[in-house]
Ligand binder design. Structure first.
Ligand code: ADP
Ligand code: MG
Length: 677
């Protein structure tokens, strides 16, 4: 408190609190009226009329913004100290007027220019607004409205849950003019010039009637407000001040009240403890306190799924408080999505999003890192090269991965929740982080033939492997149904060998980075040759196949020539039990799925045209024997060429690929249909 008055005296400028008229009511230039963008209006409507039961969180959101504004000023002042303008004590002030039924939230942070007010307050500039509104309107989501909105975080607008009218006056640090914004939340807002004693922002809420049944309390009451601040904003690093009025009487030496000494004392109370959550020992902080802190830094209104309080001791010492969110942010896969932990140096925020403290595949982790060993004016460029940051990243990455492994081992249900939200991002790590590959691979989960309802880890797969099975089998495809009906699986089904279904496009990229798991090779059932069973069975099957291959040699050669444009080899195999034919890749070829993805991103030209596949025929299928008869009778019979193309088309369709010559295939099928009748 003393510090505050000092700052005030030194500069002969009051802190925003000292004078009531920081926003003077001198003649105001006329304000212009604007309309909210359609999405903003819709979202605002949803917020105001939303089912949001916990209305008091509006204060948390406004304080959070005020605290961000103070952070930003402090940060900008590192390079331009004149912005402080002598008033270095940053604070947030609440002022209630029970008669006028207003609550004012004021900060002396960075403030906003007119353009910034328009951009930040007049619109919801977040990418994905339209998608969110659409999702809500269609009501297709299973999530509750509150969860959806919460995840999106429409901070400032939450004030309309408790206020009929909101006025904001803001003056950007370093600028003279202030801007006044006002709205009743009905689709329009006005914007005009105003006066403000110094930089910062004042938000005045013209409160709705108290309506406890609908969660609207009396927010002009000191104790109500104090309680809300304690609950949601205790850790905020700037004092949140509010005037408190009490009666005081003096007492004499014997402790008796001196008559006539009663007087009213009005004093500033600091409502928050200001203790940053990460500097407190983990055991001292409650889950609720962690959750509130998480909401502040993540702008998410929902609880985190897990909290990780870390302390590195040794040559470099620092603390980290990390959170695993309960839901992926709606913009996780947007290209311009910004991520990163907050970086503090000696309790001062120096970087809002430091991307170098965790690798991109852990970008879903939120939190703060606080170090005493970094320079306070560290720049983005310095961070990228800083050796200490590099060490922190290594350590933090490992800690997060170990923690994920612990959840995976201890609480499968919780882990699967995480996996469903962030698995796709985590998978990127296999190809990205060679050093930690052995930590990442056990964290991966896949669909599998073992159970249509459950995902499986590789470790669980290995547990279930059949006797004699030496490899981990997988097959990629567009979706479960397509993979399940693929002819490639026939022999595996017969032997009851489990096959992983890679139905997410990134699965295959991930799996390519894993050659082995627990000394078991990973093998695509759509590539190379297949022999299943015990050593003896395999040898026997191989021998039989070779003999058959020899007896069908000429026919196979004929088919190969007829289909030369599309396949590089025609051979017999034991892969099939009921289907006559399928296409496979060579041991090192791309799968058709992978080929399609690359084709979409790179263009086919870049890959030198489509790869030729290998056609495998089922020696047990009747069609082969019949073709052999025809071939023996007359090698020039045109029906042979027709059947070559019928088989090719069949194989493409069976694996869910597009036909290379759909017109020709249809014509052949049409003719067959007539013959069959
Ligand atoms: P978020 O905080 O998630 O960005 P909000 O709706 O809470 O979303 O705020 C929107 C934007 O308005 C903020 O990002 C900030 O740029 C600006 N803003 C809000 N309140 C203030 C304030 N008190 N001082 C300066 N800027 C503010
Ligand atoms: Mg906010």
């Amino acid at each position: 408190m003393a510090q505050k008055t000092d700052a005030g005296k030194k500069t002969k400028k009051a802190t925003p609190s000292a004078k009531k008229t920081t926003t003077s009511a001198k003649k105001k230039p006329r304000a212009r009226s604007y309309q909210f963008k359609a999405e903003t209006r819709q979202l605002l409507d949803i917020v105001i009329h939303s089912l949001y039961t916990n209305k008091e969180i509006f204060l948390r959101e406004l304080i959070s913004n005020a605290s961000d504004a103070c952070d930003r000023l402090r940060f900008e002042a590192l390079t331009d100290p004149s912005l402080m303008d002598g008033a270095e004590t940053l604070e947030i002030r609440l002022e209630a007027d029970p008669d006028a039924r207003t609550l004012t939230i004021e900060d002396n942070g960075v403030g906003m220019s007119r353009e910034e007010v328009m951009a930040n307050i007049g619109t919801i500039a977040k990418s994905g607004t339209r998608e969110l509104v659409q999702k809500i309107e269609e009501g297709e989501s299973s999530e509750s409205l509150e969860q959806l909105i919460g995840q999106f975080g429409v901070g400032f607008y939450s004030s309309f849950m408790v206020a009929d009218r909101v006025t904001l006056v803001s003056r950007r640090a370093g600028e003279e003019k202030a801007t006044r914004w006002e709205s009743t939340g009905d689709g329009r807002y006005t914007l005009g010039e105003d006066h403000r004693f110094m930089r910062g922002t004042t938000i005045t809420l013209h409160l709705k009637e108290v309506d406890s049944d609908n969660g609207i309390e009396d927010y002009t009451d000191f104790f109500t407000v104090q309680g809300i601040v304690k609950r949601h904003s205790d850790f905020v690093g700037y004092p949140i001040l509010m005037k408190h009025q009490r009666e005081e009487t003096e007492r004499d030496d014997e402790g008796k009240e001196i008559e006539g000494s009663a007087k009213t004392v009005i004093e500033d109370k600091t409502l928050n403890s200001m203790k940053p959550s990460w500097t407190r020992p983990a055991g001292d902080v409650t889950d609720e306190e962690y959750a509130e802190f998480y909401k502040h830094i993540s702008h998410d209104w929902n609880e985190p799924l897990d909290t990780l309080s870390l302390r590195a001791e040794g040559r470099i010492e620092y603390r980290a408080l990390l959170f695993l969110p309960g839901k992926a942010p709606h913009d996780m896969y947007f290209r311009d999505q910004k991520f990163g932990l907050q970086l503090y140096v000696k309790r001062v925020l120096v970087m809002e999003r430091c991307e170098d403290l965790l690798p991109p595949y852990l970008r879903f982790v939120k939190g703060v890192v606080d170090s005493d060993d970094l320079p306070i004016n560290i720049s983005r460029e310095m961070v990228q090269q800083d050796r200490i940051i590099g060490q922190m990243r290594k350590w933090l990455t490992r800690k997060v991965l170990d923690h994920l492994a612990k959840i995976e081992a201890d609480d499968k249900e919780k882990y699967l929740k995480l996996w469903n939200e962030f698995g796709r991002v985590l998978k990127e790590g296999v190809g990205f982080d060679f050093e930690n590959k052995d930590r990442i691979v056990p964290l991966l989960y896949f669909q599998s033939s073992a159970d249509p309802e459950k995902l499986t880890s590789l470790a669980d797969y290995v547990q279930r492997m059949k006797e004699g099975q030496e490899e981990i089998y997988y097959l990629s495809g567009d979706n479960r149904a397509a993979v399940e009906s693929s002819p490639h699986l026939e022999a595996f089904k017969e032997k009851e060998y489990e096959v992983l279904y890679l139905v997410d496009p990134v699965d295959e990229f991930a799996v390519q980075g894993i050659t082995e798991f627990q000394e078991k090779k990973l093998k695509s059932v759509g590539k190379g040759t297949v022999e299943l069973g015990t050593e003896e069975e395999k040898k026997q099957a191989e021998k039989e196949l070779e003999e058959k291959q020899e007896s069908y040699k000429d026919l196979l050669e004929y088919l190969q020539k007829a289909l030369d444009e599309h396949v590089k080899e025609v051979r017999l195999s034991n892969r099939l039990t009921t289907s006559p034919v399928c296409l496979v890749g060579g041991e090192f070829d791309m799968s058709p799925q992978m080929e399609r993805i690359l084709q979409q991103t790179e263009g086919l030209g870049a890959m030198g045209g489509p790869q030729k596949r290998i056609m495998e025929l089922n020696p047990k299928h009747d069609v082969l024997a019949r073709l052999q008869e025809k071939f023996a009778a007359d090698q020039k019979d045109p029906v042979l060429d027709d059947y070559a193309h019928l088989l090719l088309g069949y194989a493409f369709l069976a694996e869910g690929s597009e036909l290379p010559e759909p017109g020709r295939f249809n014509k052949l099928v049409g003719e067959l249909m007539v013959k069959g009748l």
